[in-house]
Design a protein around this ligand. Structure first.
Ligand SMILES: [Zn+2]
Ligand SMILES: [Zn+2]
Length: 287
């Protein structure tokens, strides 16, 4: 048995980013520059201003040393989607499958937003996620949902997709509307260098992890061995198909030999730190 890891460059530097923020160009309380200033002050390296059905112009802004990724949140006429790399608003179209195809054709990619938002946790019914093809990522943690109906965490939805063999990366985004929605969850990208190209390449290939406070120092995979070093982690959980827990191991370092059990089509690791702090690796497929 051999694991396929997206963490090819894990000894490289890590860059912190959020791909989902609102500004006064939709229903956020901060101007675009105030949002950029806030995230720069919090030590972020990249940010996407993602207003509802509106591409906020990033060229006029002082980037404060961050990489600003163009894009917006596709909102009207259906479930919400992030269009990463979007430079123009697509025609409003309730048929989300054609929207996803249009974004892929234009060289961007789609992240499905806050699937467990709303009173019945059904902003995105699972049957709809099963039907839609071609989306790149899923918000496994949506920060603003901590103060909205439903759940911020959506690893349940992710495991259901991964168990069907779907290739979907997990993302953690604040979905900032108020100042206090910032720095709840983020994406930590392993990249060779700090450039828009290398950040986007890492986001495309899954060379990042999601955090709400736990830092992962290194992820090494060789054959059927996973080694993770995380100074913040008190307990690791290895999750397999259908969300089953394969193992629970003490931190801060895990060296785990994956046993030959069935079913086994992917593994992913959850890192539990102090209080509610966590980190989530991307899935490792079984070759
Ligand atoms: Zn939304
Ligand atoms: Zn939003």
């Amino acid at each position: 048995m051999s694991l396929i890891s997206p963490y090819a460059l894990n000894s490289h530097r890590q860059y912190k980013g959020n791909l989902h923020t609102h500004t006064t160009n939709s229903d956020g309380v901060m101007t675009p520059q105030q949002v950029v200033d806030l995230y720069a002050a919090l030590g972020y390296h990249f940010l996407m201003l993602s207003d509802h059905d509106h591409v906020t112009d990033i060229h006029a802004l002082n980037h404060r040393g961050m990489a600003l990724i163009p894009g917006y949140e596709i909102t009207a006429g259906g479930g919400h989607l992030l269009y990463v790399g979007g430079r123009e608003v697509l025609p409003h179209n309730g048929d989300r499958q054609s929207v996803i195809h249009a974004v892929n054709d234009r060289g961007g990619f789609i992240i499905v937003n806050h699937p467990n938002w709303e009173e019945d946790y059904s902003h995105w019914p699972q049957a709809e996620l099963n039907r839609l093809q071609g989306f790149h990522g899923l918000e496994i943690y949506n920060g603003v949902s901590e103060r909205a109906e439903g759940a911020a965490l959506a690893t349940d939805r992710w495991d259901m997709l991964l168990s069907k063999g779907r290739q979907v990366w997990g993302f953690g985004n604040d979905d900032t509307h108020e100042t206090y929605d910032s720095c709840i969850t983020w994406n930590m990208v392993f990249a060779e260098e700090f450039s828009m190209e290398s950040l986007i390449a890492a986001l495309r290939t899954g060379n990042f992890y999601v955090s709400t406070g736990v830092h992962i120092d290194a992820i090494h995979v060789e054959g059927n061995l996973i080694r993770i070093v995380s100074r913040d982690t008190q307990c690791f959980r290895v999750i397999r198909d259908h969300g089953m827990i394969l193992a629970a191991l003490d931190g801060p370092e895990m060296c785990y030999e994956v046993p030959d059990v069935a079913p086994l089509s992917y593994l992913r690791v959850e890192c539990y730190g102090r209080g509610a702090d966590m980190a989530w690796t991307q899935p490792f497929r079984i070759a």
